[in-house]
Design a protein around this ligand. Structure first.
Ligand code: FMN
Length: 341
């Protein structure tokens, strides 16, 4: 059986749902020695800023149980270098570039978006709003609904019509749905869920923080249940808004979990540092997982976990498995249950 892996994000079609995650694969060149990056659904670039940045002092990485803590500080060569070198490289290979942008003010974001206008190879813009707002005492945009909406509004206004703008949400908020809603109201065509969680490690030998930046972003399998919960909540509140889900995905089944929660595509991040072939392996495992479940269209599983709970008579033995009904949507009747004795 062949599975139709096509996924459509805000009107733009991608051949499959597996993307890289911002900051974990630069602009794709390093991964290209392991596999053809044009075979992925999309390549999400490291967040690009207006100017060259050397990032934070070292050490910038620390290992944590089932996770990684980083405080890179958005190191990068800036938008001009990206437009002259990285974007043409991606476009020449036929890769679909999802350009992540980051800034310290609304004006930075607006200027970055306008510089991407009309550039071949840009399939989508992802707005990294987990950045300190220099005009508001360093308050992170993503943690405030008004600040998030200001950024998204500026990016949407300065981006070509037809190029989806996705706002990337932070899990470090009390109510992720309210931030998601403000981004969508401001013009976001979709949401990337989630960025890293703020964390900290103290080295008990030096008896000081392990990172020079003191705190850092936690990623990897440790954050997966948080990420799945965020995707679930956002999809439940706004099922019509496409989600690019991420956070600790290591296998095809992990990716399937995000799709079931409501993501239409997934980004693969931290796992790539230990296994650079992970995106293609995960795509292969996901395809087989869908085949094994008798599903022939990826779009049929998006949000499927939101269908009503199974119903069964009390005198029946506890059901063990579900019969998969690919057409079932959140509003459908309860799914028939296969009872195995
Ligand atoms: C080393 C590193 C650098 C990152 N840089 C960025 C970045 O530049 N922009 C961004 O939006 N997210 C960045 N992220 C966050 C990831 O894109 C992703 O949202 C997060 O790590 C969760 O996915 P994962 O657990 O699969 O890595 C970075 C993550 C890591 C580990």
């Amino acid at each position: 059986m062949s599975v139709d892996l096509t996924t459509v994000l805000a009107g733009t079609s991608f051949p499959n749902p597996v993307f890289t995650a911002s900051g974990c694969a630069a602009a794709g060149q390093e991964l290209h020695q392991f596999f053809d990056v044009a075979g992925l659904g999309g390549v999400v670039t490291k967040s690009i800023m207006l100017n060259t940045r050397s990032g934070r002092a070292t050490p910038r990485m620390a290992e944590t149980p089932s996770g990684m803590l980083n405080s890179i500080g958005l190191q990068g060569p800036g938008i001009e270098h990206f437009l002259d070198h990285d974007l043409p490289w991606l476009a020449d290979r036929g890769a679909r570039a999802v350009v992540s942008i980051a800034g310290g003010s609304i004006d930075d974001y607006a200027r970055l978006a306008s510089q991407l206008r009309g550039r071949p190879g840009v399939a989508m813009v992802e707005v990294n709003i987990s950045c300190p707002n220099v005009e508001d005492r360093g308050q992170v945009f993503a943690c405030d609904a008004k600040a998030s909406s200001g950024v998204v509004n500026a990016v949407r206004k300065n981006t070509d019509a037809g190029i989806p703008v996705f706002a990337k949400l932070s899990p470090d908020v009390t109510d992720i749905v309210s931030i998601a809603r403000s981004c969508v109201d401001a013009g976001a065509d979709g949401l990337s869920v989630i960025n890293t969680l703020l964390g900290m490690v103290i080295d008990t030998t030096t008896m000081r923080p392990a990172l020079a930046g003191i705190t850092g972003g936690l990623s990897g399998p440790a954050i997966r249940p948080v990420a799945v919960r965020c995707v679930w909540q956002v999809h439940q509140a706004m099922p019509e808004v496409p989600i690019l889900g991420m956070g600790g995905i290591r296998t095809g089944l992990d990716a399937l979990e995000f799709l079931l929660a409501g993501a239409s595509a997934v980004s693969i991040g931290t796992v790539v540092f230990g296994d650079p072939t992970a995106p293609v392996r995960i795509l292969d495992e996901l395809t087989r997982a869908l085949e094994d479940r008798g599903i022939d269209r990826l779009s049929d599983v998006v949000g499927l976990a939101h269908r009503p709970p199974r119903t069964f008579m009390p005198e029946e033995p506890d059901p063990v498995g579900d019969v998969m009904v690919p057409d079932v949507g959140p509003d459908s009747a309860p799914v028939p249950v296969e009872v195995r004795s």
